[in-house]
Design a protein around this ligand. Structure first.
Ligand code: SF4
Ligand code: SF4
Length: 218
């Protein structure tokens, strides 16, 4: 096939390489990796090819919705169809490489994509709209490290109190998870832990209660 341009991009190649490690529990989410590839390809598109300009834009918009927890029931099939057309008719190496890689990621990780779309759940606990972050009040010793570290000011607490995360303010950046010296902060996918919504005295929330889990929205 004759290409109308031969834009190559080192950062796209690096993302394609990184995506080879993607999987449901590998620390590299295939859906997020796909969005990064679509974003990078669009950023470097010269805009001359319709597949690159319009096709990849559609792919980007659908992936962005999925990552942000707004995936719709037929998104997997729609994405697969659009990517198939781009792979078949690509005018340039940039759009071909991006579409081919994303379609491969989808086919190799179909159940993970569907988990994001249907249950708004990211197994790697990375995608912003497909996971939440919680403090186990039974494990929290009130050190306040997480409160200092949170860039969104989303954690409430105080001296002698266990901390809680205000889910409306949390941006799911995951920074606080590594800051807790007691391992009290964890991400959650479809199944959410049940816990207090306001700080309380350290030790007043039982381990059994802290460990209860409920379904999303339950
Ligand atoms: S995940 Fe980020 S925004 Fe949310 S509470 Fe933790 S540090 Fe704050
Ligand atoms: S959740 Fe961890 S870091 Fe935050 S106050 Fe409790 S013990 Fe400290």
């Amino acid at each position: 096939m004759e290409r109308i341009c031969d834009v190559t991009d080192e950062s796209l190649k690096a993302l394609v390489e990184e995506s080879k490690n993607a999987g449901p529990d590998t620390g590299v989410c295939p859906v997020e990796a796909s969005l990064k590839i679509a974003t990078e390809a669009l950023k470097n598109s010269c805009g001359k090819g319709v597949m690159c300009r319009d096709g990849l834009r559609q792919v980007y918009l659908i992936l962005a919705d999925i990552v942000n927890g707004r995936g719709k029931a037929d998104d997997y099939e729609l994405l697969d169809e659009i990517l198939g057309v781009i792979v078949e008719c690509a005018d340039c190496d940039l759009s071909y490489t991006a579409a081919f890689t994303i379609q491969n990621l989808m086919h190799e990780n179909q159940s993970d994509f569907e988990e994001h779309i249907k249950r708004k759940s990211c197994k790697n606990l990375i995608c912003v709209g497909c996971h939440t972050v919680h403090i186990n009040a039974a494990l929290c010793k009130g050190s306040g490290e997480c409160i200092k570290a949170c860039p969104a000011g989303a954690i409430k607490g105080g001296e002698g109190l266990f901390s809680v995360i205000d889910q409306a303010k949390c941006t799911k950046c995951n920074i606080c998870i590594d800051k807790c010296p007691n391992g009290a902060i964890k991400g959650a996918g479809f199944i959410k832990p049940q816990g207090p919504t306001e700080p309380g005295p350290v030790g007043s929330f039982g381990a059994a209660a802290g460990g209860r889990r409920r379904r999303r929205g339950g």
